[in-house]
Design a protein around this ligand. Structure first.
Ligand code: NAP
Length: 352
């Protein structure tokens, strides 16, 4: 299937329909010398430079059969994710998917050179509560269960004929549909519905969360960083925090987001988005008909993730200087990032 007639790299993006994976596919396919195979359960239409395979990585036998096609794979970019209701339940499926992907591809592809792992600030316990900030890659670990750490342990043990790298982004903002963790979508749909209902834009999180210090990671920046880390010899077998490079508080960013939507901002009011957005599907359908929107309410809803992020009434920041010291110098202006993503959502008819 994949006949490698040249010395080009063949990237297998695992989780190609994700907030992170989609942008990785786009970036890799824009680079000279790379061919791309995307893996996901739902699959997608192929393009000139991107082939998609549909595979359920939780099914070990079926994965092995499907992945045996990938004889020319040189790099794995692992960004698949299975959501579960508790931190401990995340471990088994997420480790199994990585193991099945690596086992299947490694067995088929003698030229496999690198496995890139997508992690996050969960490595530092950011999801558990106030943690030591800025978090550094050299910080001591915390008690398991934590799937990011178990996944990295697996790569460290299995590497040898190939190297690995691990990327640790903050909240990742980009385009994606039907994803459990998509903060830009949460904000865009929440603001669009607020506008439709004629109410001001209110920060829905905990009072302390409005003033906590945060940072974001643009999905495009993360894709550039992942390719850098997968190919720079100095980055082999290392983990890197990857963030936009600027810090903000919602108290400053929220009015700017309101400006983009043409909405006045009123004082924060803590509320569960999961609860208050539960009855908004009929409203979204009416908005979709009137504004010719293309995507159903389920595809644009990740309210529990919004509740989690807006509940962080403590600083969520990690030191990004290790990546710079090792040679990755790109950065993104977070205000510009939100505006660009909202523009894209509007262009693609995700929001009015
Ligand atoms: N999103 C963020 O803000 C964020 C921030 C920091 C770190 N991270 C980390 O980055 C990683 C990726 O996150 P993400 O938000 O990009 O995930 P996501 O949007 O939920 O995407 C997950 C991808 O995995 C695929 N997938 C799920 N189950 C599969 C299965 N059984 N077999 C094959 N493919 C499967 C999905 O496609 P199908 O559904 O079609 O199978 C999708 O392409 C996770 O480890 C996450 O913790 C994310």
């Amino acid at each position: 299937m994949l006949e490698n007639m040249s010395n080009e790299n063949v990237a297998v993006v695992v989780g190609a329909q994700g907030v992170i994976g989609r942008t990785l596919v786009d970036h890799l396919s824009s680079l000279d010398g790379w061919r791309v195979v995307g893996l996901s359960r739902r699959g997608a239409e192929p393009t000139d430079r991107v082939q998609h395979l549909s595979v359920d990585l939780l099914d070990r036998a079926a994965s092995k059969a499907t992945l045996s096609e990938l004889k020319d794979a040189t790099h794995i970019f692992y960004a698949a994710y299975q959501d579960r209701p508790s931190w401990s339940e995340l471990v088994e499926p997420n480790v199994n998917m990585l193991v099945n992907a690596v086992d299947g591809i490694e067995a088929a592809a003698p030229g496999l050179r690198h496995v890139s792992l997508m992690q996050g600030y969960k490595v530092y316990g950011a999801h558990l509560g106030p943690f030591k900030t800025p978090a550094r890659e050299s910080d001591p670990g915390h008690l398991p269960p934590e799937f990011n750490i178990s996944q990295q342990d697996f790569l460290e043990q299995r590497s040898g004929s190939w190297t690995w790298s691990a990327l640790r982004p903050s909240v990742v903002c980009g385009f994606g549909l039907g994803n459990p963790m998509n903060l830009a979508m949460v904000i865009a749909v929440y603001a669009s519905i607020s506008k439709e209902l004629g109410v001001p834009l209110r920060f829905p999180g905990k009072p302390g969360a409005y003033d906590a210090l945060l940072e974001m990671t643009d999905a495009g920046l993360l894709a550039h960083a992942a390719v850098w880390a997968a190919t720079a010899p100095s980055a082999a077998n290392q983990a890197f925090n990857i963030n936009n490079g600027d810090l903000f508080r919602w108290s400053e960013m929220w009015p700017k987001i309101g400006d983009w939507f043409g909405l006045p901002v009123a004082p924060p009011l803590p509320m569960s988005l999961t609860e208050v957005m539960a009855d908004k599907e009929p409203l979204w359908q009416r908005m979709s008909e009137r504004h010719d929107l293309k995507y159903g309410y389920r595809e644009v809803s990740s309210w529990p993730f919004g509740d989690a992020v807006f509940g962080w009434d403590y600083d969520v920041i990690a030191d990004g200087s290790k990546a710079r010291r090792f040679g990755f110098h790109e950065f993104v202006d977070t205000e510009r990032m939100f505006y660009d993503i909202f523009d894209e959502f509007r262009r693609r008819k995700v929001i009015p």
